[in-house]
Design a protein around this ligand. Structure first.
Ligand code: NAP
Length: 204
């Protein structure tokens, strides 16, 4: 983590679970972290916790919804103005629908896809554009995902296609072994990891 001291990360889905744990870990290890979630007050509590625990880094709360393009743009702009701009994105915000593809209601279907897929793609696009405009050449993008968007049995496989990111780490993507190849075609390094399928890597 030495090279990341004082660098800036945005973590989505920062108000609970895995996202909150990542926020704390990065700040503990010296990064400036912007925690993005709708429940901003929960991230503010993490910031207080980090201060009183004497973390090397810092936590900032940003209230927003990954389904709203303007919230994403505002978060990146705020990070640029206050902290110099993001070097890392941990795209973690996600929701699960507890019904199969053949039963799920349309509203729930839209919610899952807009949060887990469209939101993650929009955040990635915006942050890569921001990194490029600032000449960041060692930025990292982490996509935390799940194996199936739906539970319990019916899986929906949607290829995310070619994302122009320096390094992409994807947890649980069903066709993860194909992903580095897609990314390499774009000229980027890629690493994709799935819990039970091992690791696939590629480099431009
Ligand atoms: N837990 C597992 O076993 C598991 C396994 C595989 C993959 N994953 C993946 O890991 C990620 C985190 O899972 P978790 O278990 O930590 O989830 P969680 O405890 O339910 O937390 C979800 C986080 O996502 C945020 N979020 C949801 N919708 C959002 C939106 N529209 N805009 C912004 N933030 C939003 C929530 O914040 P607000 O509600 O405050 O906005 C919350 O901070 C998810 O992508 C999930 O699919 C989890």
């Amino acid at each position: 983590m030495e090279r990341w001291q004082g660098r800036v990360a945005i973590v989505t889905g920062a108000s609970a679970g895995i996202g909150a744990a990542i926020v704390k870990l990065l700040a503990e290890n010296g990064m400036k972290v912007v925690g993005f979630a709708r429940r901003k007050e929960r991230v503010e509590e993490l910031a207080v916790e980090a201060k009183s625990a004497g973390f090397k880094g810092e936590i900032h709360a940003f209230g927003g919804d990954v389904r709203v393009e303007d919230d994403i743009k505002r978060a990146i702009q705020w990070t640029r103005e206050k902290l110099g701009g993001p070097d890392v994105l941990v795209s973690n915000a996600g929701v699960v629908a507890f019904s199969g593809l053949t039963e799920i209601g349309t509203e729930d279907l839209k919610k899952v896809l807009d949060t887990n897929l469209v939101g993650a793609c929009m955040f990635t696009r915006e942050i890569v554009q921001d990194m490029k405009s600032r000449g960041v050449n060692d930025g990292h993008i982490f996509h935390i995902n799940r194996f199936g968007l739906f539970s319990p049995k019916v899986r929906m496989h949607i290829l995310r296609g070619c994302a122009p990111v320096p390094i992409l780490f994807q947890h649980g993507w069903p066709q993860h072994s194909q992903l580095p190849r897609h990314l390499c075609l774009c000229g980027w390094k890629a690493r994709s990891e799935g819990g039970h399928r091992g690791v696939a890597e590629g480099a431009a």
